[in-house]
Design a protein around this ligand. Structure first.
Ligand SMILES: *Cc1c(COP(=O)(O)O)cnc(C)c1O
Length: 349
């Protein structure tokens, strides 16, 4: 590690590839993936499909690319897609829903990522010459904006059944689906069964240097492969990076549990100060969000004060600070973070 050592709790995306990943990348057998001839990419795609219980998979550059490609493969420009108001697809993907996919987002307010089932039902358009066609519902599990909250299985089942009844598809932004699976204590295909397509990230807690995978029915994935090409995502000897993704899937899923323990420990420690508006029971996975409102300072100032104590965190807005736990913060770093927060509280009060 170069420079001053910082405890970096901004995101699980900062995780560096493990030595085993680097070795696998070095050793990877590769070919031209645009010809479908990279055996390592093919293996990652097959593994992914199998793991999530789908017919086929597609290795993509990023979660953002995977989401937009999934949406494009299941809609036609002019259609309407039902999205949760705080979802990543709607808020954090530069508006690609409208300007790349050419679809209209119909937002529904959510509660920890859960849109009311009846509100979804009402949002689905009937036959009318004036209306767009509703062709897709997008869900997010775990849900980032609410602090990594997990959608319950029965909720996902209800949404999926409603979608099927109305002949519309469900896309799951499962960027952190492995975190959700650990929280629910189920295999990941148990979650994925309630969506037609799923995108998951290799580059977050799983620690691969880059990449996501989209899984779904063969015909959808075939279309997705073409859209990936349109968006400049057709790559050549991509097995060099896919190899790290394979190690991520094989070796790194189980250890995400430790990240959840660290987040829970952090929330427990921060809750003792009584001013951060944090409920330990609300921490489902590896994200902790606190409010600095009661303390009377802005989230930006709080983040600066943490920085001065060697800790990096993210200000979500004027009042909220986000911490994301991952492989590269030890439990001792969490204790240090709690101590630093306590020192800031004492300084302010
Ligand atoms: C990270 C993330 C994405 C986007 O992934 P990138 O690889 O950063 O493009 C999409 N949705 C959610 C919920 C995420 O956490």
């Amino acid at each position: 590690m170069e420079g001053i050592y910082m405890i970096d709790l901004r995101s699980d995306t900062i995780t560096q590839p493990t030595m085993e990943m680097r070795q696998a990348m070095f050793d990877a057998t590769v070919g031209d993936d645009v010809y479908g001839e990279d055996p390592t990419v093919n293996r990652l795609e097959e593994m992914s499909a199998q793991l999530l219980g789908k017919e086929a998979g597609l290795f993509v550059t990023s979660g953002t690319q995977g989401n937009i490609i999934s949406i494009m493969s299941q809609t036609t420009p002019g259609d309407e897609v039902i999205v949760e108001e705080a979802s990543h697809v709607f808020n954090n993907e530069t508006g690609s829903l409208s300007f790349i996919a050419g679809v209209q987002g119909k937002t529904i307010q959510g509660n920890n990522g859960q849109m009311d089932i009846e509100a979804i039902q009402r949002a689905i358009r009937g036959e009318d010459i004036h209306h767009p066609r509703t062709t897709l519902i997008s869900l997010e599990n775990s849900h980032g904006d609410s602090g990594g909250r997990v959608l319950p299985l029965d909720y996902m089942k209800d949404v999926y059944e409603l979608a099927q009844k109305n002949h519309i598809s469900v896309h799951l932004d499962g960027s952190r689906i492995f975190n959700a699976a650990i929280h629910l204590n189920v295999e990941v295909d148990t979650i994925a069964q309630y969506a037609d397509t799923v995108q998951f990230c290799l580059s977050k807690g799983l620690s691969a240097p880059m990449g996501s995978v989209v899984v779904g029915p063969k015909d959808v994935i075939n279309r997705a492969r073409k859209w990936r090409k349109s968006l400049g995502g057709g790559t050549r000897q991509a097995g060099v990076v896919a190899a790290a993704g394979i190690v991520g899937l094989e070796k790194m899923r189980g250890r995400l549990k430790e990240d959840h323990e660290k987040a829970s420990h952090l929330a427990t420690g921060l809750a003792t100060f009584g001013c951060f508006d944090i409920q330990v029971a609300d921490v489902d996975t590896n994200i902790v969000i606190i409010s600095t409102k009661k303390l009377g300072i802005s989230a930006h100032v709080f983040v600066e004060k943490l920085y001065a104590r060697g800790i990096l965190a993210g200000a979500l807005d004027d009042d909220h600070v986000r911490f994301v736990t991952h492989r590269q913060v030890e439990m001792a770093c969490i204790d240090q973070t709690i101590q630093a927060a306590g020192a800031i509280v004492n300084e302010i009060r």
